[in-house]
Design a protein around this ligand. Structure first.
Ligand code: ZN
Length: 320
């Protein structure tokens, strides 16, 4: 990105008007659900004349699968995705995460918490998990601690581009949540907020399974003085029984040998109406049709797309 001097003499970085991203966790290979998120974010960025970044969210080594990063990137390449700049690794941006943590601690927005899992066994639970009862708000003497962010009970809200107004009262729905783990690793919410800000991301297109976490991320943006990007949460791919496709539910990797058919199925799953002839077309032609015809509005209000990932892995029609 080009640098330019501003009137005050400080260096500012010129950023494109639109920056989108695809940010997979390397816990397994690219499955159809992640392909949908990749394709939707890519088409949205390209149609808006923007940049599209690929960021590997490798901040949780214990949950990572060896070889998953290589497999994900190989699949993206085989499907014809072209990202801007080098692949970004979240494990390389730790100093930015630490700087944000230091700011939050200094401002009194965050505090150490020594509560163990068993200390919280009696804590109330809500749809987002344990609702932290605030035990360590007034101080904590434990030697090993996580760091939590203070919440309050005013409504935190955002308007999702596909799912409409979303709001949560964090203090009663999640309680003060962890932004830095006891094992020394940054927690997902802080990492994703800091990296999206540092990388100039303006719009986030991702699976609706992450919509529940967005208000917590908006809260962090507010405390850190960051702008809130636009959000569009697309439906998740699910098995016939309704369970979301994931490594845990046995989702198969998308085939990389002949990606064309699966890519057209992805477009169709995303509510687009690819002509039947496109199934036989080369990748370049599929992408050019998709960019010309992309309309994300087709996904408004949709939450789930049922698929048979076994059939897809064999290159067959897997849309249910
Ligand atoms: Zn605590």
């Amino acid at each position: 990105m080009p640098n330019a001097s501003s009137a005050t003499g400080t260096i500012v970085t010129a950023r494109p008007a639109y920056v989108g991203r695809f940010a997979p966790s390397p816990t397994g290979p690219l499955h159809f659900g992640s392909l949908l998120a990749a394709a939707a974010s890519y088409l949205q960025a390209r149609q808006g004349g923007g940049d599209w970044l690929v960021r590997i969210e490798d901040i949780d080594p214990p949950r990572q699968q060896p070889g998953a990063i290589e497999r994900i990137l190989e699949a993206l390449e085989r499907y014809g995705f072209e990202w801007d700049g080098p692949v970004i690794y979240q494990s390389d941006t730790r100093s930015a995460h630490e700087a944000a943590l230091a700011r939050l601690l200094e401002a009194g927005h965050a505090y150490p918490c020594g509560c163990s899992r068993s200390d919280l066994a009696e804590a109330p639970r809500g749809p987002l998990g344990i609702i932290y009862p605030g035990t360590c708000r007034a101080g904590c003497t434990a030697s090993e601690t996580a760091i939590r962010i203070r919440t309050n009970d005013s409504a935190v809200s955002f308007v999702d581009g596909l799912q409409g107004l979303q709001q949560q009262r964090l203090e009663s729905e999640s309680g003060d949540f962890v932004i830095w783990r006891r094992d020394g690793l940054v927690a997902y919410h802080l990492a994703v907020v800091v990296d999206d800000y540092e990388q100039g991301v303006t719009e986030i297109v991702r699976g609706i399974d992450l919509m529940d976490s967005t208000c917590r991320q908006v809260w962090l943006q507010q405390l850190l003085g960051y702008p809130t990007p636009d959000y569009l949460h697309i439906p998740v791919a699910a098995h016939a029984d309704g369970q979301k496709l994931s490594k845990l539910t046995g989702a198969k990797a998308v085939p990389v040998r002949r990606p064309e058919r699966t890519l057209v199925q992805a477009l169709s799953a995303l509510g687009q109406q690819p002509p039947p002839g496109l199934y036989e077309a080369p990748l370049r032609e599929i992408w050019s049709w998709a960019m010309e015809n992309w309309h994300i509005e087709a996904l408004a209000g949709k939450t789930r797309i049922l698929v048979d990932s076994n059939a897809m892995a064999e290159g067959k029609n897997g849309l249910l």
